[in-house]
Design a protein around this ligand. Sequence first.
Ligand code: GLN
Length: 321
Amino acid sequence: MTWTSSSDSDGVRPIHAPQTVGELIRAGAERLRASGSESARLDTELLLGHVLRADRTTLLAAPEAPVGSDHAATFRDLLERRATGEPVAYIRGLKEFYGLVLSVDSRALIPRPETELLVELGLDRLRGMLMGTHRPLDAPPLLAWDVATGSGAVCIALAVESRRRGYAADARFRATDVSADALALATENAVAHGVADLIEFAVADLADLADLADSPPADLLLANLPYVPSTDIPTLPVAASFEPVLALDGGPDGLDLVRRLLGQLESTLTSHGTALLEIGAGQADAVRAAVAKSLAGWGVTLHDDLAGVPRVVELARATPR
Ligand code: GLN
């Protein structure tokens, strides 16, 4: 017996009383705060919700609900993992992105909220191309290519939304990554979201698909490449040390891979094609300079994220060939 309600009457708490949701959240948040977490309360609620298979609203509505000792012990184990810095997304094995719940693990970068801008712009450009005056009615489907797809977040969000909006028949998708492990995760996510039929997956070094026999140019290319300067990697929040360094490290100034991809765009994009590349804070000028150097005659547009940081670089030929 862990609970004897009769001993409640004198106001003395029974020694073996199960802890309640509210108590576990308070104690958990304290534990994480002590470990240095800046989102201790939120992390705690997410982890307890994960253990109890309940969302945060349900937990917060039932602070008095008792929690069994097995669940409480599992919760404490997860708290300790979080206290070492492991990201909540890896502990839960999932991350919300663009209204979807994606599986995530150490095979790929955890999708960041700012990357939703890439999806929004991508959808907008796809729609623009579909309605474009130069597009014949019998034109083949547009091809949108997510380079370095990681967990598949960007490509899957585009495919799900295209299907929802009713233009899935007019667009197809390609997701590539240099990491076969990441690609396996992306494929799992595409299957889970019912869009694997719309996406072609392939291992590729950036946009180099030389080995693939049938690789037509893309109308839309999206990429969230690794762009963190190598020397900044050790200064990232400890959670990032659980992510594949391959997905973060962009070389000395962070732009090694971006520059290499710029060099591939001429042959990768159709004449009316558009590229959307996510970049890091403070990299806009360097990217502009790199574009001027390797893509003469291309137009560059910068798009700010919600924090007002130039986050996505849009590239297209100023005068389509
Ligand atoms: N935005 C990520 C971070 O700052 C970096 C992602 C990337 O390199 N593409 O941790």
